[in-house]
Structures are given as structure tokens and as C-alpha cells.
Design a binder for this molecule. Structure first.
Ligand code: GDP
Ligand code: MG
Length: 374
């Protein structure tokens, strides 16, 4: 092995070891008022090392999966090998993904498409991940990268392996994906001098000023104005400093419930608290799952109307919730926003029927929009 390469490998493994040591320490430390400060600092150190790890492997990007987005939104199926991801993809969509009795049947990304309430939803079957995926075990990194670009993550847990669930959550967290959370309201403005100025509009029971200082110092932020407007914890502060997190909705399903006695299922449900229990193979609760996916994607339906005509209430335009007139217009035709004069809107987003609105107007579900184009 070339000397430089050898050094790189050595350096990488030592970073991995350092992360491992710190994680072990975290696992051993019970969270309370006294350990709060220490835990925050250890978490910051881990986050820093992960940054280092990522920038090291950043030179060689690896192939990554080239997945062409299609449809109105993208859902990724995430789980350990053999939990039933391919079976579920085949059940939900028109795809034909290989189903195996042994692990690692799916080696690449298999897309399928599901149409539901006029939404075209792309569903991706990716190789199963295992412990260590975020650090590069298996195709873990590539898979988790696909997750970062998805609109919804569908986590599949095998009823016989509930112990997989915390591992998946940890791997997802390590890649900087936050599930079912909002981006916290923290503003950090770096300054030239003056040290750290910490402003808070609410009390922070989980984060002392001292802790904020030590975490920010770990990231070499010593001069800045920090404004915190909700009761955050150390993880959320670290996310705000690193700025590279994505926030995604997630649904957790327990699969293979056709195989397990009801009493056992009840116990595992208590443990995992899934959103839904299904059988991909025996097609149990699949209509309910389709509805959950649709809800999780936070779509809304907007109807088109031509001036002087009745609106088309048959086929809505499907866009993400809180979209503006601009996003609606863009969906209809690329040129429309350049030629846009005004819109007339009917529905919950306006005070009166046919109200005149600009491109910036935020629409609501079931609105009717009439575009006036030059
Ligand atoms: N009994 C039962 N078996 C299932 C179910 N879903 C998947 N399987 C089986 O589990 C194995 C692995 O399924 P597969 O879809 O390849 O898992 P993947 O590796 O996650 O894609 C196959 O033998 C499937 O037939 C289910 O809901 N019930
Ligand atoms: Mg598979």
C-alpha cells in the first residue's frame, strides 16, 4: 500500500475509534442535571469528528446512487436486510423488485410508482442498512444519502427484530437526518469580536449558558450573537451550528404481522410504537399505509380554473402543503411565472371568493386558482 494511503487509512480508523470511545462513554452516562454539561460536550466532540470523517472521505465521493426523481414526491423504504422492503415495494407499486430469502438481495435502487388521490408518488427500494451504515458499512453511506434527498422515510421493522429499530434511528441521526422534527428556531450570527452574546426568549432547562459556550467553542465559534427562541437541547444546538441537517417526515411500520401471535404483537407494539402494523406479503393494512404515506408527504390539492369558465374539479394539481401561487404556476408551465400578471383565488386561503393575489400568496388545500397571464 502506498504510504499516503496507509496514513489515510490509519487516520480514518483512529477517528472511528475516537467516535466509538465517545459513544461508549455517552451510553454509560446517565442524563441528569449534573451530567448535562458533560453530555453536551461529548456530543459536540462526536459531531466534530463526524465532520472530519465526512470531509476525509469527501475526496473520493464513491459512486453514490444516481436516482432520477420522478412524480410529485419521493419516499424511501428503509430497514435492515430481509425485513420485507422489496415485497412492500411490489405490493405498493407497479415495480418488480427481487425478493429474497437471504440478506442483501437488493443491491441497487429500485424505483416504483404509486398513484394515490391523484398524487404520483415515487417509492425507492434501497439495499438494507445495518449497524455502522453511516460510517460506511455495506452501501450504508450511499443509502443514507438517498434518504437525505427523500420527502418521506418509511422505516420498516420486522416483528421478529424489534432490536433493529434503535439502530436504524441512530444511523439516520448520524447522517444528519432528523425525523419528524422541525428545524429549531436558533439564529447564530458570527461577529469579529465581543465573545459570545447569548439571547433567549424562553428558559432552557436542558441547556445552560456554560454548556452553550463549551459546545460552541468545540466548533471554534467564540465570537457570535446567538438568539434562541425555543427550549432546545444540546443536539439541536449542535445541528444549528453545523447547519447540514435535513428535516424529513417519517413513518414506522411493523411488518410480517401475519406471522406473530396477537399477544406478542401487542408487546412489540408497546416497545416500538409503530404508526401502523402491516403484512407486505399477505397485504394487510396496505390501504391504510397508502393513506399514511399521502398524509406524511403533506400534499395539498389545488384546482385550476380558466377565466370565464367553471373550475376543473376532476383533476387537482398536487403540490406540497404551504406552496405559493408561484409554485403552483410553475407546475403548470415553466413560462407562467415570467408572464404572470395576477391570480384570482377561491377557498380557505383568501378572505373572499375570487380575491386577487400575487405570486407570493400561500395557498391552502382545495383552493381554486385562476391564473392571469400576459
Ligand atoms: N410472512 C411474511 N413474510 C414476508 C413479509 N414480507 C416479506 N416477507 C418475506 O421476507 C423475506 C425477505 O423479503 P424481502 O422483500 O426480500 O426483504 P428486503 O431484503 O427487505 O427487501 C422474503 O422471503 C419475503 O417473502 C410479510 O409481510 N409476511
Ligand atoms: Mg430487497
Amino acid at each position: 500500500m502506498a504510504k499516503i494511503e496507509e496514513e489515510q487509512v490509519k487516520a480514518k480508523s483512529s477517528v472511528n475509534e475516537q467516535i466509538k470511545d465517545l459513544e461508549d462513554e455517552l451510553a454509560k452516562t446517565k442524563y441528569n442535571k449534573r451530567t448535562q454539561f458533560h453530555i453536551g460536550l461529548v456530543k459536540a466532540k462526536i459531531a466534530r469528528l463526524r465532520e472530519k470523517q465526512a470531509s476525509r472521505s469527501g475526496g473520493k465521493k464513491g459512486e453514490g446512487y444516481a436516482v432520477k426523481k420522478s412524480g410529485d414526491a419521493t419516499v424511501v423504504l428503509l430497514g435492515f436486510p430481509s425485513v420485507g422492503k422489496s415485497t412492500l415495494l411490489n405490493t405498493l407499486t407497479n415495480a418488480n423488485s427481487a425478493v429474497g430469502h437471504y440478506a442483501f438481495t437488493t443491491l441497487t435502487v429500485i424505483p416504483g410508482s404509486m398513484e394515490y388521490k391523484h398524487a404520483k408518488i415515487q417509492i425507492l427500494d434501497v439495499p438494507g442498512i445495518v449497524q455502522g451504515a453511516a460510517a460506511g458499512t455495506g452501501r450504508g453511506k450511499e443509502v443514507l444519502q438517498v434518504i437525505r434527498n427523500a420527502n418521506l422515510v418509511l422505516i420498516i421493522v420486522d416483528v421478529f427484530h424489534p432490536e433493529h429499530y434503535p439502530v436504524i434511528l441512530k444511523e439516520v441521526f448520524s447522517t444528519g437526518v432528523r425525523l419528524n422534527q422541525r428545524r429549531p428556531d436558533i439564529r447564530i450570527t458570527k461577529t469579529m469580536r465581543g465573545g459570545l452574546q447569548i439571547g433567549k426568549t424562553v428558559p432552557l432547562p436542558e441547556l445552560s449558558d456554560e454548556s452553550i459556550r463549551s459546545i460552541m467553542k468545540e466548533f471554534k465559534v467564540v465570537n457570535a450573537n446567538v438568539l434562541i427562541r425555543e427550549p432546545i437541547n444540546a443536539d439541536q444546538l449542535i445541528d444549528a451550528i453545523q447547519k447540514n441537517c435535513v428535516y424529513t417526515n417519517a413513518i414506522t411500520v411493523l411488518n410480517k404481522i401475519d406471522m406473530i401471535p396477537p399477544a406478542d404483537l401487542e408487546r412489540i407494539k408497546q416497545e416500538i410504537r409503530p404508526d401502523l402494523c402491516i403484512s407486505a406479503e399477505k397485504q394487510m393494512n396496505i390501504p391504510e399505509l397508502r393513506e399514511l404515506i399521502f398524509q406524511g408527504l403533506e400534499f395539498m390539492r389545488v384546482y385550476c380554473k380558466d377565466p370565464g369558465k367553471q373550475p376543473d374539479m376532476e383533476v387537482p394539481v398536487i403540490i406540497r402543503r404551504d406552496s405559493t401561487v408561484e409554485e403552483f404556476a410553475q407546475r403548470l408551465h415553466k413560462d407562467f411565472i415570467h408572464r404572470f400578471r395576477f391570480a384570482r383565488v377561491w377557498g380557505d386561503s383568501v378572505k373572499f371568493a375570487g380575491q386577487k393575489q400575487s405570486l407570493k400568496h400561500v395557498l391552502k388545500d382545495k383552493d381554486i386558482v385562476e391564473l392571469h397571464i400576459a
